[in-house]
Design a protein. Structure first.
Length: 280
């Protein structure tokens, strides 16, 4: 089952004009001729209970999303086996191709005792454990459990295998890094639907707009309330990436995982490698 725009976290996906990777600039501050000015200042942690900035509202019916995310977090905390070969296919594979789906199913089966609500026997055949497993909110909105399972696995994989991953303004403004990302994503998204490519470009734009805050969000792994505040900051400062000036309604948990995925792609491009996972 393909959830389409629902996976966007309830932000409208029919965006007017998403900038290309090389065209994004800081829309709120003057841009020097030689590139954006890099300002280094002490980081102030946002209060974890602060509401989102004006113009950003939270999806009102989030109980189902939170339950699915809690199950995904329970799964990765319990999982003992992180087979790198499977993770490569899950994280680095092409969306909509069979390999990532079967690999995620295999990862779940490798840690089957940790996966909440495992169906009673007979256990579904592969790759069913990695399929959407749709749930419905009280407002009738469909949500894919698999989005949260994969997002939690990606976060944990970065924490385990690439804890030093980071992005800086200099890196994301480097034309060579931008070119590598464009080429890499053109190949990776070759089987993606048009709306999936549009979302990916918007997320790349958001990360380029706020590389340091995205790094902080990823490194706050294990502190979801703090991560949510960074999601708000990124969306607030990167509104131009969404091609709209009106109010934005979001499901923060989904956006956290989507931004983490875009962060991963940027870091791979910045390092000039194929993956952040161990090779071999």
């Amino acid at each position: 089952m393909r959830m389409g725009s629902m996976e966007w976290g309830l932000v409208a996906v029919m965006m007017a004009a998403v900038p290309s990777i090389g065209a994004v600039q800081d829309h709120d501050r003057p841009t020097p001729v030689q590139g954006r000015e890099v300002v280094v200042e002490a980081e102030r942690l946002p209060p974890t209970n602060a509401p989102p900035p004006p113009g950003i509202t939270i999806q009102p019916d989030r109980l189902t999303n939170r339950i699915l995310d809690e199950k995904a977090q329970m799964f990765v905390r319990c999982a003992r086996f992180f087979p790198v070969k499977l993770l490569h296919r899950v994280i680095d594979g092409k969306p909509n191709s069979p390999a990532p789906l079967f690999a995620m199913d295999g990862f779940i089966r490798a840690n089957m005792a940790c996966w909440p609500d495992l169906p009673h026997s007979p256990i579904p055949a592969p790759p069913d454990l990695a399929s959407c497993w749709p749930a419905t909110t009280s407002m009738g909105l469909p949500v894919c459990r698999s989005v949260y399972d994969r997002g939690a696995v990606l976060e944990e994989a970065i924490a385990r295998f690439a804890p030093d991953a980071e992005l800086t303004t200099r890196q994301v403004d480097d034309p060579a890094v931008q070119a590598r990302l464009e080429a890499m994503e053109a190949n990776r998204l070759s089987l993606a639907y048009p709306d999936e490519r549009l979302r990916a470009r918007a997320l790349q734009c958001l990360v380029r707009s706020e590389p340091e805050n995205t790094t902080r969000m990823v490194r706050a792994h294990g502190h979801p309330a703090l991560q949510t505040q960074y999601v708000y900051r990124i969306l607030d400062q990167g509104r131009h990436c969404l091609g709209r000036q009106g109010a934005i309604e979001v499901e923060p948990l989904y956006f956290r995982y989507a931004l983490t995925d875009a962060f991963y792609r940027w870091v791979v491009a910045a390092r000039g490698v194929d993956t952040l996972l161990p090779v071999g």
